[in-house]
Design a binder for this molecule. Structure first.
Ligand code: CA
Length: 236
């Protein structure tokens, strides 16, 4: 694995949904200086599409947006079970928006105009909180599949699934990175702590066993092959 790939594995991905390009550019610059991977969406429709992918670690979401406002995006995110932390941007004086935002499931808010340093501090706090919550979670779930990390049991559609310890570790890794394509080398490195020689298919063998157990007999498949990359556990 190259050094770049190793680094990008740990880089938090942040999406900015903000139509005012000057503000978006300013936020982007600040975040990139902190080495976050940043993407931008300049209207509500595109922003909603992007957040629904669940592939961000945090979303900076403006409320006043063309096509679809930030509160509506936030509501559909939370309804769909996308739990990505959201830092909301609100206009000065709009107390109603702030209250509605927090009620709808925003994790924090900033009132415009704000200092970029302040935004960076909030982002750090939210990302740390997310990491802590992930660490202390005792169950992980996707669709009708749950993995109990304490009892070490997997259940899908009410049916218990027997997993070997490697399969359990694989499933836990996929669930912690759900909706994110995982490179084969990242998977082997994480599960076996070293890289297999290129050309070996041992990882595919393990994943096929896991796939047969969790997806076999279920019409909705959760574990997908990403050609040329690796694997992806995806919300149906
Ligand atoms: Ca705006």
């Amino acid at each position: 694995m190259t050094r770049t790939a190793r680094q990008s594995k740990k880089t938090s991905r942040i999406l900015i949904v903000e139509d005012e390009r000057k503000i978006s550019a300013l936020i982007r610059k600040g975040l990139e200086e902190e080495r976050y991977a940043v993407e931008e969406a300049f209207d509500g429709e595109y922003g909603e599409q992007a957040v629904m992918s669940g592939r961000y670690d945090l979303v900076v979401l403006d409320i006043m947006l063309p096509k679809k406002d930030g509160l509506a995006i936030l509501a559909s995110m939370r309804t769909a079970g996308v739990d990505t932390p959201v830092l909301m941007l609100t206009a000065k004086g709009s107390v109603d928006d702030r209250v509605r935002g927090l009620d709808t499931g925003a994790d924090d808010y900033l009132v415009k105009p704000f200092a970029v340093a302040e935004l960076l501090a909030r982002v750090r706090t939210l990302l740390r909180r997310k990491k802590d919550a992930e660490k202390s979670a005792t169950t992980l779930a996707i669709a009708d599949l749950t993995l109990d990390l304490v009892a070490r049991k997997a259940v899908r559609g009410g049916k218990a699934i027997d997993l070997t310890s490697k399969e359990f570790a694989l499933l836990e890794y996929f669930l912690r990175n759900r909706n994110r394509p995982l490179h084969r080398s990242a998977i082997t490195e994480h599960i076996w702590n070293y890289n297999f020689d290129t050309g070996t298919n041992i990882i595919d063998v393990y994943i096929n066993h896991l796939r047969a157990k969790i997806d076999g007999g279920f019409p909705v498949k959760l574990l997908h092959t990403v050609r040329g990359v690796g694997y992806l556990m995806k919300d149906p």
